[in-house]
Each structure stands twice: as structure tokens, then as C-alpha cells.
Design a protein around this ligand. Sequence first.
Ligand code: GLA
Length: 408
Amino acid sequence: MSEVGALAARFAARYGRAATALVRAPGRVNLIGEHTDYNGLPVLPFAIDREVHLAAAPRRDRTVTVASSGDRFPPREYALEETIDPGPSGDWANYHRAAAQGLIEELGAGALRGGDFLIAGDIPPGAGLSSSSALVVGSMLAMLAVNGRDMAAHLLADLAATAERYVGTHSGGMDQAVCLLAQPGHALHIDFFPLRTRPVAIPPGAGFVVCHSLVEAEKSGAARDAYNLRVRECRLACRIFDSVLDPDMPLANLGELQRRAPQRPLDEWVNVLAAALPPFPPVLLRRVRHVLTEAERVAAAEEALAAGDWTRLGALMNASHASCRDDYEISCDALDELVATARSNGALGARLTGAGFGGCTINLVRAADVERFVARMEETFYRSRAGAAAREHCFPVVPSGGASVQLM
Ligand code: GLA
């Protein structure tokens, strides 16, 4: 029986009636383009073969029950109201509430009835693989399905990105977009404001391996505050640009620099900022340098990927990690050590993926080397730290398709 099939059987056993909708929503890795999305600049992630699954059925009242099929997360219940109050900070069901609140804001509170939702999945939480966005997207799809509704994927991606701010992270829209719009065997080039996507075929020859730093980066904890600070720093940098460009035309985001002067290389703007208003905090200069050079690396990486030039792609991933570490300061000792170990074990490219501050790295290796690489990582990084559990923390990922809904 498939995993979603098994979840449907557990739903029937728990609720005494059949699920009417089965949903799968994948996690993701980001190949390159870190912290560029909320700056209006592109990213290049792919969906992975690790997913959140939901089985759901409608109720006659306006109550929502949410249960997880493992014992890690306790069952929760809430009512569909105009304003849904969050549970305690960090509570897992807040992501489901976020989904409901997001749909209510779009459709109105009267448009939805309640439902029972049973949730399972194999995306490690707090790993930077977007388990939370997969849960929000999956919950929205399941809630729409039990209400007999549908929504265009691009619209839903935008809505899910806004909805997730309910948990307090001012994140961009990468995770939700790739969760919904990914295609098997492809990475997804995503532009923002407005959201546009373009699949980029991944030619044969490469393997992708995820390695966990064993440092959890919960979206609802300290990592959230550090993330939000980066968002604020970039906004502040926009205000400094305004003072030298045109105070009457404030930049909406750093990406607008590109729209205003399409011919000008993005990294030249770093010098404009440096000359702007000394003295201002040098940290802002480093933040902007990361964002603008990272956007250039995304464009170069897309070309390398399309050409199957793995050496070049690897070099760009390595440069991205250095920029994330030194300029954006979102790495940590464990991530840096993991990246160094991966390179010494033959990775062509290794970098942190996702928000940073812990979580996972994505490693590019030749397809023929995947097994050997994983074995070497187990031996050199995990054995002393995780013992027998090494396999759980270091695994190949397959570029996979976006979320889907099966009506029963
Ligand atoms: C998190 C956010 C994304 C993106 C990445 C960093 O995953 O949810 O929107 O900003 O961090 O690239």
C-alpha cells in the first residue's frame, strides 16, 4: 500500500468514516538563491521526494480537528472564525491554523466548513527542508478539497506565502511556490512580485545529497528572529539607496534596482551603497553584497545546470555558501564543518540550503559517486555524532513534482 493509501486506512480507523481527499505536499531544497526571494530576486529550488501527507473529510460544523499519525505531535482542535487565534508559540497546529486563516481572508469566513485532518510525513522538521510550508500548502489544499473548492496554483502559492506569516516569520514565497509548482526532474526558476516560474530541466549525470547539520533551525524560535532581522536590514538598505537615487520613488525591494537599470551589473550597486552616506553600518553593505551577488550566481547557476556543467555549478554553490557565511551571516560552525567535510569527500559543491542558522546542506556529487559520498559522510561526520542514526541525516534527494490532491 502506498503511504497515502496507508494514511487513508488510518483515517478510517480513527474517525470511523472514509477520507474524501488525500493530499501530498513536498519539501524542497534550494540549489542556490538564498534570502533573495523577499528581496524580489530569483531563486532556484527543487521539490524533493520527502512529503507531508494529509487525509481529510468534511464535517457538518465549523470545527477543525488536526491529528498527526505519529506521536510526536498531539491532536488539536480549533473553530473556523473570522480571526483564528494562534495556539502557543511553536505549536505544530499553528501551521494548519495559518492555512485556514489565509483561506478565510481570501474567501470569507462563511465560505468554509470544518473538517477532520490526519497528517503524516517524512520531511525532518527544523531541517530547512520546508516541512512547515509543505504543511501549510497541504493544509490549504486539503481544506479547499473538503469544501469542494479549487484554486489556481500561482494564486494559492501567493496566498500560502502570506498565510504563513501567521507564525511570525516574514518569509518570501519560494517554499510555497516550489511546493505547488515543481515538476519532476526539474529545478524551478522563480521570480517574485509578481510570482512567475519556469522549470529548468536537470540533465542526467548529477546526484543531490542532503546532509543535516544536527542543529535544528525552528521557524518559530530564535532562527525566526534572526531571519526577520535580515528582512529588516534589507529594507533599511533600500531606504539608503532611496536617499541617493530618488527619495520620491522609494524602492519596494533590492530587486527593483535591476528593473530600474537593467543593463547595470547588480554588484555595481554595492559600490553605490558604499559611497552613499558614510558612515553607515558596514553590516548593511555586507547584507546587500550577499543579496545582489547571490542573484547573479542564480543566473549563472541556471546556465551551468542547463548545460550539465557540474564543476561550474559546484563552484557557484561553494561561492554561495561563502557569501551566506561571511556576508549574510546565516551559517553556523556545524554547517561550515559539514560543508568542508563534504568537499573533502568529493562534493563538487556544498552549501547550506534554506533559511540557515542550522538545518541542512545540499551537496552536488557526480551521479556515480552518490553511494560512496553518503558512506564517506557517515564515516567522517555522523558516526561520532549520531551513531546508528547516520542514515537519517544524510540522504540522496530526487527532484520531484509539486503537491497534488486526490479526491476519493
Ligand atoms: C526560508 C523562507 C524562504 C526563503 C529562505 C531563504 O526558507 O521561508 O522564503 O527566504 O528561507 O532563502
